[in-house]
Design a binder for this molecule. Sequence first.
Ligand code: FE
Length: 205
Amino acid sequence: MTAPHTVAAAATPEHQAQVAARVKAVEAIMIEKGLMSTEAVDRVAEIYENEVGPQLGAKVVAKAWTDPEFKKRLLENATAACAEVGIGGLQGEEMVAVEDTDDVHHVIVCTLCSCYPWPVLGLPPNWYKQPAYRARIVREPRKVLREEFGYAVPDTTEVRVWDSSSELRYWVLPQRPAGTEDYTEEQLAALVTRDSMVGVGTVSA
Ligand code: FE
């Protein structure tokens, strides 16, 4: 999927620079006051840039596709099910996985800011944090999915939008694509994209 144009256009460089400057200032004060160390900050950034990402969510999805009991536990309590396979942590304390079917397609947003399930998806993409996506996906989800992400949801499929918060972070268990009956769990995991777990796309084989 390509980055949505109108959404990306809303991210002004001025705004991004302001946010970055504010973050740097807070970081500097906390280090000065001994509340945290530069090493700790670097390590956290490194973890969420290189080690935690959608590949972990993809593993969970592939396991759910091949293990019905695990899938049941995942839909009941995503945080606990992820912990079973050693996945969890910051910004993933309360996760909820919602399952796509032929009847329902789910898509996630944080209308207030950018809450996102870090342990399974890593850091949110820029467009997810932009006001344009946050406002429009709620008002006209079908149109946004079609125009910005090239995904036309069938008319017979209901679209549900889930608003994440700092207390509750949603993500999507996409549908397993047809023709993958003989795939191993690793092969399946390789098909699963970040966008399909955000709900702005689907998985294809
Ligand atoms: Fe948020």
